[in-house]
Design a protein around this ligand. Structure first.
Ligand code: PGA
Length: 261
């Protein structure tokens, strides 16, 4: 796990954008794993800004897979993750909706939606780089505490805390769905490069447990310790509770120029 302590959320956005652009330059038909939530938005805006400025790569050949999706919202609902990803990222990168995949939350499609989504990801050759956020409770995607570390894409029930956290996107907490489809922790571990971003003091405890605590289903994000290529981009507040913070900063400062993230 490469922990990168940075000064601000804006800096995490620049480094995240550098990483994603490098992947797409190296492999124009890259498979990108996309996350919703507030945390990746600065990185998404940075990618869109660079493309508009003419310095970004072409995204014409990429394929995208969303991490998760609400179950129970009307199709096309503006808070569905399919609509959110289009609005916040892919439209701005010139990626057409048919290049973007998400788990199928339709009532008819629900049984078997997880297996079908896994098959689609496999058919695309797996995910090259996966954006991830972390919940204040340590959840990863919508794998809430207690999720199997080997879990696959499936339906999950949100905790009351997560529904409250997400109520800011709806007019009331009652409108936040109870159910979601989410990539499992085992699914996420199969992506070739995992890019976890966290900002703000509300994430500091979860980040410390995920990075330095025991690997445990009680903190689903701790499963990242088992992956060979994880980059954790943190602003100062999110990094504040890490015991080895000074060491991570030394490692990043001493990083060989040829190595890249
Ligand atoms: P946030 O959500 O980026 O909106 O904080 C992250 C998450 O819940 O995984």
């Amino acid at each position: 796990m490469e922990v990168v302590p940075l000064a601000s959320a804006a800096e995490t956005a620049v480094v995240a954008a550098d990483i994603v652009e490098a992947v797409v330059r190296r492999k124009p038909a890259a498979v990108l794993g996309l996350a919703t939530g507030s945390t990746p938005l600065p990185a998404y805006r940075e990618l869109i800004r660079r493309r508009a400025a003419g310095t970004g790569p072409s995204y014409a050949a990429v394929t995208c897979f969303n991490l998760d999706e609400y179950v129970g919202l009307p199709a096309g609902h503006e808070q569905s993750y399919r609509a959110t990803i289009a609005r916040e990222l892919t439209d701005g990168l010139g990626i057409s909706p048919d290049q973007v995949n998400g788990p199928d939350p339709s009532p008819d499609g629900l049984p078997g939606a997880g297996e079908r989504y896994e098959a689609l990801i496999a058919q695309a050759g797996g995910i090259d780089v996966q954006f991830l956020g972390i919940g204040a409770d340590g959840h990863l995607a919508f794998n809430e505490p207690g999720s199997s570390l080997a879990s696959r894409t499936r339906i999950k029930t949100l905790t009351t805390q997560t529904r409250k956290d997400n109520a800011r996107f709806f007019s009331s907490v009652d409108e936040v769905p109870n159910h979601v489809l989410t990539q499992g922790l085992g699914t996420i571990l199969e992506a070739r490069h995992l890019l976890l971003i966290a900002s703000g003091e509300g994430k500091a405890a979860a980040v410390a447990t995920a990075v330095e605590g025991p690997v445990s289903a009680s903190c689903p994000a701790s499963v990242l310790q088992l992956h060979p290529h994880v980059t954790v981009l943190l602003d100062q507040a999110a990094a504040a509770r890490l015991d080895r913070l000074a060491y991570y900063s030394e490692v990043y400062a001493a990083k060989p120029a040829w190595q890249g993230l």
